[in-house]
Design a protein around this ligand. Structure first.
Ligand code: ATP
Ligand code: MG
Length: 426
């Protein structure tokens, strides 16, 4: 991609109306643009990041047998009345059309997926089943001031699973937890993300969250440094000890964290109102047990930025960077242009995504923008490098540039490094 043609120019200064680090950097670097509080447009760079995260999630959920579908965002009031949630879900956007008919904008999709699942579930032979989608959710978030972390409209991966009994449900729940670990490792926040016990609502002892430790987090968690799991502050008073190893509450460390994903036992909360049952081997009707599992894509994007940035800008982990290589040309001399163009072609041929700064701008501006945009590898071609027959290579995360001769060899090495493995097939 030629940077001179890229829609989403960098801004000289951070936006004044954003407080959170993720929004300040993502807006200034041209990844997203705010339409109103909690609602953002994803510009070409931002969409590339979102798509990379989406693909990582898709690969890992497919490995555990999830089947992707796409449900509507516009829901009839009746679906939400069936579960009593038309009245009780505070953050539901409700609208009425000119004929007087009421709708909700999907805040979550249990009300849609459960009756849909009835289409194919009648016998124990139809179970287990796992269905998921990537969908825009709408929620009346009144405290939308954390950039991409809390949107009124945001992309979610939501997975729903259907089972004959607790045992089968528990086994699948564990598989999803493992898939989530892989997802957060691959998106570069794994080391800071902890498995957290959270409220299971009125019908289940626990749910679990994946919480990423950062001061930007809205949640307070109690981390057990002995076993590495945490307890959400919302339920700490009911716990007293680490639910994993029994250490007393006073030994747990209080941390701020962002909930990037969660997994939730639904038991029969939704199968009952929708009469989602199956016939067991004796031909008797039994309720289907369900689980639901969410990951917010925008929230993951914002979390990555909160965790991986410095004072110059974003430092993308390779697997989610919009481009792998930032080729920065610091001269308009015809010979330099020729060499840089040829290099651009070569790196593209190697199968790496390259952003090529071919703009008519000063070296200072170009290098500053490269740091702000934050691609993992910066490759500088200048009068000096061409004269010396070398290239200048700098990893975004490291403070020093290296002079290299065999650039293709270096890039090839790097390519192996970014091709991280995905989970094993079942
Ligand atoms: P929170 O407690 O932060 O409001 P939640 O419990 O409402 O989250 P869920 O309804 O379970 O979250 O949604 C599943 C996932 O969707 C969350 O783990 C999070 O990653 C993401 N998510 C939830 N609300 C938002 C939001 N307003 N903006 C962006 N992502 C969100
Ligand atoms: Mg919420």
């Amino acid at each position: 991609m030629f940077q001179s043609k890229l829609f989403g120019k960098t801004l000289r200064d951070p936006p004044k109306d954003e407080q959170s680090i993720n929004a300040r950097l993502l807006v200034q670097a041209g990844y997203v643009e705010k339409l109103m509080a909690g609602v953002y447009s994803f510009l070409p760079l931002g969409l590339r990041v979102l798509n990379k995260i989406e693909n990582i999630i898709r690969e890992e959920i497919n490995v555990i047998g999830g089947q992707e579908l796409l449900l509507p965002a516009l829901h009839p009031r009746e679906a939400w009345e069936q579960t009593g949630r038309w009245e009780t879900v505070d953050d539901l956007y409700k609208l009425t059309d000119s004929s007087g008919r009421d709708f909700a904008l999907g805040a979550t999709h249990e009300e849609i997926i459960t009756p849909l699942a009835k289409r194919d579930i009648s016998s124990y032979r139809d179970l287990p089943l796992a269905l998921y989608q990537f969908q825009t959710k709408f929620r009346m978030e009144l405290r939308a001031k954390s950039g991409l972390l809390r949107g009124r409209e945001f992309m979610m991966k939501d997975l729903y699973s259907f089972h004959v009994n607790e045992e089968d449900f528990n086994a699948y729940y564990k598989k999803v937890a493992d898939a989530y670990k892989k997802i957060f490792n691959r998106t570069g926040i794994g080391e800071r993300t902890v498995f957290t016990f959270a409220s299971g609502g009125t019908f289940s002892k626990y749910s679990h969250e994946f919480q990423t430790l950062t001061s930007a987090g809205e949640d307070t968690i109690y981390l057990c440094e002995h076993c590495g799991v945490a307890v959400n502050g919302e339920i700490i008073d009911e716990q007293k000890v680490c639910p994993e190893c029994g250490r007393p509450k006073d030994d747990l460390k209080i941390e701020k964290a962002i909930e990037v994903g969660n997994i939730f036992p639904l038991k029969t909360k939704f199968s009952e109102p929708f009469k989602l049952t199956y016939k067991d081997e004796k031909g008797e009707d039994r309720p289907v047990l369900m689980g639901c599992y969410g990951i917010g894509l925008g929230r993951v994007t914002g979390t990555i930025v909160e965790v991986h940035h410095d004072k110059e800008g974003i430092c993308w982990p390779s697997a989610v960077a919009p481009y792998q290589v930032h080729l920065v040309r610091l001269s308009d001399e015809p010979e330099i242009v020729k060499q840089a163009n040829a290099l651009y072609e070569k790196i593209n041929k190697l199968g790496l995504d390259v952003l090529y700064d071919d703009r008519d701008a000063s070296a200072g501006v170009k290098l500053k923008d490269a740091d702000l945009i934050g691609l993992p590898l910066r490759l500088v071609v200048s009068d000096k490098t061409v004269k010396d027959g070398v290239y200048e290579l700098k990893e975004r995360m490291s403070s020093r540039a290296r002079v290299v001769k065999d650039i293709i060899g270096e890039i090839d090495k790097y390519k192996t490094f970014i091709n991280q493995p995905i989970g094993k097939t079942l």
